[in-house]
Design a protein around this ligand. Structure first.
Ligand code: R5P
Length: 291
């Protein structure tokens, strides 16, 4: 069956956008699919980014799907970074599991398969199902590792993940078991005034022999940068030589996060284009995702 690509304006680096997304004066979204009749019973792949502005972009995607599903039930999504993936369990009774909410929504809008990269709630690359939604999880691990190899050239280096959750990431990248550290978190002190929810990383644990050696830290996501900064401090304190940092998803949630990492003994920061437009330093190397 012929495949049709639908590309939203947030994915113009994947091809010429053929979906119209505009905004009314009050910022509400307007979606238009030109030549919708050409999608009749076709296999449709929608390229869309859900970050930044995840809430808005999720709504835009649902609006788009609401119309496409009237033409075909053979719909795949390519969403390089899946937001709402980190609240993937009910840690405290009463918490909503946003990862399930999003997967459920996509499933109920007839998405046959979601293709994404280094999805936070999945343990490794491959095919999975969550809340009825089929997910193909791809990994940028190998690509990031190749970049590190090129960067260090003839010099050797150690690859380290800052936590056990992303350790699959370095195994996948190296083809052998890598080294992981362990995070020690501070309980977040919730007050009535403080509506943000974030548990600070206090320190890192884990002994890896890095004295006099180059290090490449790889993680699936950098959000506040707390994890990476603590990991760098931990490794520097153990005598690491040059440290470079790579991640699939450069979320950089907060002011000057990337710059803070670069100021913290990080010789090179490299990310993929899973999220774009987030480099305020002009110094980040951006790798193009390959499937
Ligand atoms: C955690 O499990 C992830 O692999 C990342 O280490 C984490 O999400 C990074 O968050 P932050 O940059 O806020 O420390």
């Amino acid at each position: 069956m012929l495949m049709k690509k639908l590309i939203t304006p947030y994915c113009k680096d994947f091809g010429k956008p053929n979906i119209v997304i505009k905004h009314f004066p009050d910022s509400e979204s307007y979606i238009f699919i030109p030549k919708i009749e050409t999608l009749k019973n076709k296999h449709v792949v929608i390229y869309h980014r859900l970050y930044p502005d995840p809430d808005k972009r999720i709504f835009e995607l649902l609006a788009l799907l609401s119309r496409v599903k009237k033409e075909t039930r053979n719909i795949e999504l390519l969403i390089p970074y899946l937001p709402y993936a980190r609240q993937d369990r009910e840690n405290k009774k009463g918490e909503a599991v946003s990862a399930d909410v999003l997967c459920n929504l996509l499933k109920s809008f007839w998405v046959k398969k979601l293709i994404t990269y280094d999805c936070h709630f999945l343990p490794k690359p491959g095919n999975f199902t969550r809340s009825g939604l089929i997910i193909e999880n791809r990994s940028a691990g190998k690509q990031l590792f190749s970049y590190a190899k090129k960067y260090f050239g003839k010099e050797s280096f150690v690859v380290i993940s800052p936590d056990e959750g992303s350790s699959y990431f370095i195994e996948n990248a190296q083809g052998q078991k890598g080294h992981s550290l362990k995070k020690v978190r501070h309980e977040s002190k919730a007050t009535d005034q403080n509506t943000s929810i974030h548990a600070e990383i206090h320190t890192m644990e884990g002994e890896v022999d890095v004295a006099g050696r180059n290090v490449c830290i790889l993680d699936d996501i950098i959000s506040t940068g707390g994890t990476i900064v603590r990991a760098i401090e931990h490794l520097k304190a153990r005598g690491a030589k040059k440290i470079i940092v790579g991640t699939t998803h450069g979320v950089f949630a907060g002011e000057n996060i990337a710059q803070k990492i670069l100021n913290n003994s990080c010789s090179k920061l490299f990310i993929t284009n899973a999220i774009i437009g987030n480099d305020t330093t002009g110094k980040i190397e951006i790798l193009t995702l390959v499937s």
